[in-house]
Design a protein around this ligand. Structure first.
Ligand SMILES: [Ca+2]
Ligand SMILES: [Ca+2]
Length: 420
């Protein structure tokens, strides 16, 4: 159904329109009176949101201009505007009149389509130049009803855009409105048909490639409402750890259990995979306790992996995801069993679905609680001192005159190792 675009001079169009309809139709800024909510011209999708991991300079995307629920329409026009420093329009194609008109009558369609990439706008106008013929042929006027067209809507035009620019690290994202303007639908007496207009929106966001723990400040603590998923186990130590971080958030966020099938995949082979993308995820609990941590370690997405073998028999700790060992990043499990010493990690990464993920856990539950306590008391207040993507800390109960009580006070923790 792809057709060549017709681009002709505006004077010809004006002459044609004047001949067929009253000049009312050409007045671009009439006021809508008798507001009718169901008659609509709108941009589909409403939001064209992309990430630099999927789209770059030169890549294209399409948007539709769609019309819904209009009846008795004989002509239509609109302007479509964007920021020409961000996007070029590469094509505009007419669909509405070609949808309602039988193919054998397409010679009775007049379409005027214009692209101006300097000014950042495209224009659309379409009608039947021989209206009596269209009426006799039974295809005029335009009647878009739910009985005839799915959801009572028909695509009027498809515009393709080429991306000109990607955001710098400082910019973070580039965005502009995809603005429908000067929309006119005219009836047979050349009067405007009142309708609502919904503009579109374009946004290209820079995908984070280096997930620094320092970014947890903006990604988690000061994140927009409901952009963070806290996914938890049922272990009270894990839950207390997550509470320290959730309690620091300036906005409400999602709190989910790890066995919630709407949030976490519970079938193989992706068991434990969070079912969100381009969001922020906070996990407390190691791979033996938390489905999601286990999934991320199994798929080698975390900077660190838990090991019970790499340092020798009975030695538990952390290795890099490439399998290399980290000095002092292990403990003798006989020490762990006493509940007074542990190792814990605070790590961040971008997962395969573009989520910024924060994982904190100890080898035992005391360590996981220690991670939450330490993140709250020591990391967050000096977050700029944590530019790495992973940290391993050691907890020794009762040091620095702290109580020897199997409870991790923040003064009892020391840095073991860190990396990018
Ligand atoms: Ca608009
Ligand atoms: Ca203690």
């Amino acid at each position: 159904m792809k057709r060549d675009n017709v681009i002709v001079g505006k004077s010809l169009v004006s002459a044609l329109i004047v001949a067929i309809l009253s000049t009312n139709m050409l007045v671009p800024t009439f006021n809508v009176s008798g507001f009718a909510e169901e008659i609509k011209i709108f941009v589909e999708p409403r939001n064209s949101i992309y990430y630099t991991s999927e789209k770059s300079t030169g890549d294209t995307f399409q948007v539709n201009v769609t019309v819904a629920n209009v009846t008795g329409m004989v002509g239509m026009q609109f302007e479509f505007r964007w920021d020409p420093s961000l996007l070029n329009c590469t094509s505009i194609t007419e669909y509405l009149f070609h949808t309602v008109t039988p193919t054998s009558e397409w010679d009775n369609i007049f379409e005027w389509l214009l692209i101006n990439n300097t000014g950042g706008y495209a224009s659309y106008m379409c009608l039947w130049p021989d209206y009596p013929r269209a009426e006799d042929g039974g295809y005029a006027p335009v009647n878009i009803t739910a009985a005839r067209y799915t959801e009572g809507k028909v695509t009027a035009a498809v515009l393709e855009f080429k991306i000109l620019k990607v955001p710098t690290e400082a910019e973070g994202y580039l965005a502009c409105n995809l603005d429908l303007a000067s929309t006119i639908m005219a009836d047979q007496t050349a009067n405007p048909i009142p309708h609502t207009v919904e503009d579109g929106y374009y946004k290209l966001t820079r995908t984070l490639v280096n997930a620094q723990v320092a970014l947890a400040n903006t990604q988690v603590v000061n994140a927009p409402a409901y952009s963070v998923y806290f996914i938890q186990t049922e272990n009270p130590y894990d839950v207390q750890g997550i509470g320290y971080v959730y309690g620091m958030c300036t906005n409400p966020q999602h709190l989910r259990m790890m066995n919630d099938s709407s949030t976490v995949e519970l079938d193989l082979p992706d068991f434990g995979k969070p079912l969100v993308s381009n969001m922020v995820i906070v996990l407390f609990g190691g791979p033996l306790a938390h489905y999601c941590t286990a999934y991320y370690e199994r798929t080698a997405q975390t900077p660190l992996l838990f090991t019970m073998t790499a340092y020798g028999s009975g030695l538990w700790g952390f290795i890099m995801k490439d399998g290399s060992t980290v000095p002092d990043a292990y403990l003798d499990m006989r020490e762990l069993n006493l509940g007074h010493t542990d190792l814990f990690t605070v790590e961040t990464f971008i997962d395969s679905d573009g989520n910024f993920v924060v994982v904190m856990y100890g080898i035992t539950e005391w360590g996981t609680l220690a991670a939450g306590t330490y993140f709250y008391s020591e990391i967050l207040p000096k977050i700029e001192n944590f530019p790495g993507s992973w940290y391993i800390f050691r907890w020794n109960d009762g040091i620095d005159e702290q109580p020897y009580d199997s409870f991790p006070q923040p003064e009892e923790m020391t840095l073991v190792a860190s990396g990018n």
